[in-house]
Design a protein around this ligand. Structure first.
Ligand code: M6R
Length: 606
């Protein structure tokens, strides 16, 4: 969703702001703009559409002079995407320029109030109230105006504020904001990817804090204006990791990176033949105290949770439910101190997931998170955190984010089963052995690339594709169908194969494409029967099965055979051809793969 950057130093600000905005493009946006201060005047350039339009309008920033400024990519919430609604927004006296990520929930009331005191509005955005409030309180020192304004706002707001007296502020309430410490220059941004070309030394602001940046100093304050001492963290990601590296799309690059991402996630957590999850910070006694697990997340992260649920229940025999966060948060969840809430999130900034954690925490649940972004809101909010080490994920469609989440859930299940004494040594060792082989098996699944591309070219013209499977295969179906629909805009839906007869089979007619996952061997015969049933009604079946499954080869119209491993660990390899299938189908349809329409990478508003 919206991206924010800010810069102050002795170099020209606009090119730096534009470069930062480009690195935030992946978050999803529909307009962009910059505000730069020069000799007491703030110039604003903003436009609907792509950052490249902004670059053209400003000759890559060269036309906008000044060494201090803010930039923004907007993902429309209040008001259509157009030039006027694009950020930055200026106060009517030209003193303040504001960029904003989030939603100001009481904006209508504030707008009425400001209008009745004679203030004129130009845009339909919620953000513009901030610029006018700053002007309203602007007779005071700029810091006081910022504090008084922030105190009037309700909702989620990450703000960048540029004042025409040369002061620059960054304010955080319920959204991502990171401060970057340079040499003789300082920055802020929604995301470290916008900063890593300049600095790896960062400060993570907490909710309710704000910062003033000068070229030589960053001062962080709490909401009362008292200075706060913040630790400086070092970012481990490098610039290359956030670039395409010769691939046509980030999504393809990230698919290809999975063997490395899984190795980085799994390997350091296996020591002397044991899974070590000390970072979790849960004692054996606390683990034994858990009698219920609730997994919450959104989108693909919830499907990783679905895989985790099957594995945890089978190995640990602890009742485990998965509920999407947007439902859980409003459902009065039945949790208590014996419940372990596991939140799963790549970005660590998903608004619904944050709200669901807060809700369960309030009701006494012990909370943990599986997160990719260090220092993110979710990582800081929960009692216990385990990081996936996937590296930066830029494509909107998650790939390595998802598989590394599944890997952590698998490891957690094995670890917990061991702590609870519910797994014998032989099974433990066998699972551990297979876990260590995952990166190489994923590489073998990736090697199916050319074959999957060929298949995608046979299926890309269909307007609806169904996915069926049982047990863990069904969990993978949900993720496979989401991958396809979000980037190719083809209707794709996942059904438990056993449910076909209860309705869905009515949709099957001659030529209906069905992706049938038949990797879960314990129910293989059942899946073969389901495939027969749909074939009898004319379906065209693309089956995904395990290497050596001859019956599938003879039954399906097309097939993909993936490497074998322990049945509980198969979903990681199984999803690879489905990611590639979605990618090549979307490509054949000419879709904007890395930035699908209407979608944002990080969903920081409800
Ligand atoms: O950052 P998160 O993992 O919390 O994001 C959750 C979902 O928004 C995300 O998985 C979304 O469904 C992806 N676009 C799927 O590819």
């Amino acid at each position: 969703m919206c991206g924010i950057v800010g810069f102050t130093g002795s170099r020209q600000a606009a090119p730096i702001l534009l470069e930062g905005l480009k690195r935030l493009e992946y978050r999803g946006y529909d307009s962009a703009g910059v505000a730069v201060l020069d000799s007491g005047d703030i110039s604003v350039v903003k436009t609907r559409g792509m950052i490249k339009n902004l670059c053209e309008m400003t000759h890559d920033g060269a036309d906008v002079k000044g060494c201090i400024g803010v930039g923004h990519t907007r993902w429309a919430t209040h008001g259509v995407p157009n030039d006027v609604n694009a950020h930055p927004h200026l106060s009517n006296n030209g003193r303040f320029a504001v960029v904003h990520n989030g939603i100001i929930e009481n904006y209508a009331q504030l707008r009425e109030e400001l209008i009745s005191s004679g203030i004129k509005f130009k845009s339909d955005t919620d953000t513009e109230v901030v610029a006018h409030l700053l002007e309203y309180y602007g007779d005071e020192d700029a810091k006081v105006a910022v504090m008084k304004t922030a105190a009037r706002l309700k909702g989620s707001y990450v703000l960048g504020v540029l004042c025409n007296d040369g002061r620059l502020f960054a304010i955080r309430e319920s959204g991502p904001l990171i401060l970057g410490i340079g040499v003789g220059e300082n920055y802020f941004a929604s995301d470290v990817t916008a900063l890593i070309a300049h600095t790896k030394n960062v400060i993570y602001l907490d909710d309710g804090e704000f910062a003033e940046l000068t070229p030589d100093k960053i001062t962080v304050y709490d909401c009362t204006g008292s200075p706060v001492t913040k630790p400086v963290s070092r970012v481990v990601w490098d610039v290359e990791a956030a670039e395409k590296g010769g691939y046509e799309h980030f999504m393809l690059k990230e698919i290809m990176e999975q063997p490395r991402a899984l190795k980085a996630t799994i390997e350091p957590r296996i020591k002397d033949g044991r899974i070590v999850l000390e970072e979790l910070g849960l004692t054996d006694e606390e683990l034994r105290d858990v009698n219920k697990i609730v997994i919450t997340a959104c989108g693909s992260a919830s499907y990783a949770g679905q895989v985790g649920r099957y594995v945890i229940e089978e190995l640990c025999r602890i009742p485990t439910q998965v509920e999407v966060a947007s439902e859980l948060r409003y459902r009065g969840p039945i949790v208590d101190s014996h419940t372990l809430l596991i939140a799963v999130s790549q970005s660590g900034e998903t608004a619904d997931t944050i709200a669901a954690i807060r809700e369960c925490k309030e009701k006494g649940a012990r909370t943990m998170a599986i997160v990719n972004v260090v220092g993110s809101t979710i990582a800081k909010l929960v009692d216990h955190v385990v990081y996936t080490w996937a590296g930066p994920e830029v494509a909107v469609a998650t790939t390595k984010g998802y598989t590394t989440q599944v890997a952590i859930l698998d490891m957690l299940a094995i670890y917990l089963a061991d702590k609870l004494g519910r797994i014998d040594k032989e099974r433990y060792d066998q699972l551990l052995g297979d876990l260590q082989e995952i990166p190489s098996k994923i590489q073998r699944a990736i090697d199916l690339n050319t074959h999957v591309q060929y298949l995608a070219e046979r299926y890309y013209q269909n307007r609806a594709i169904y996915f069926i499977g049982r047990n863990l295969d069904y969990a993978s179906c949900m993720e496979g169908s989401l991958k396809l629909k979000e980037i190719s805009y083809i209707f794709a839906e996942a059904y438990p194969a056993g449910e076909l007869k209860h309705g869905t089979i009515a949709l099957i007619e001659s030529g209906s494409p069905v992706v049938a996952l038949a990797c879960y061997e314990r129910l293989f015969d059942k899946m073969v029967s389901n495939i027969e049933e749909i074939k009898a009604r004319g379906a065209k079946v693309l089956a995904v099965a395990l290497e050596g499954d001859k019956r599938i080869v003879s039954q399906a119209d097309d097939f993909i055979l993936i490497p074998r491993s322990d049945p509980l660990l198969v979903p990681i390899a199984e999803i690879i051809p489905l990611q590639l299938f979605a990618y090549y189908v979307a490509k054949a349809n000419g879709c904007d793969i890395d930035k699908p329409k209407n979608l944002a990478k990080s969903v920081t508003v409800e």
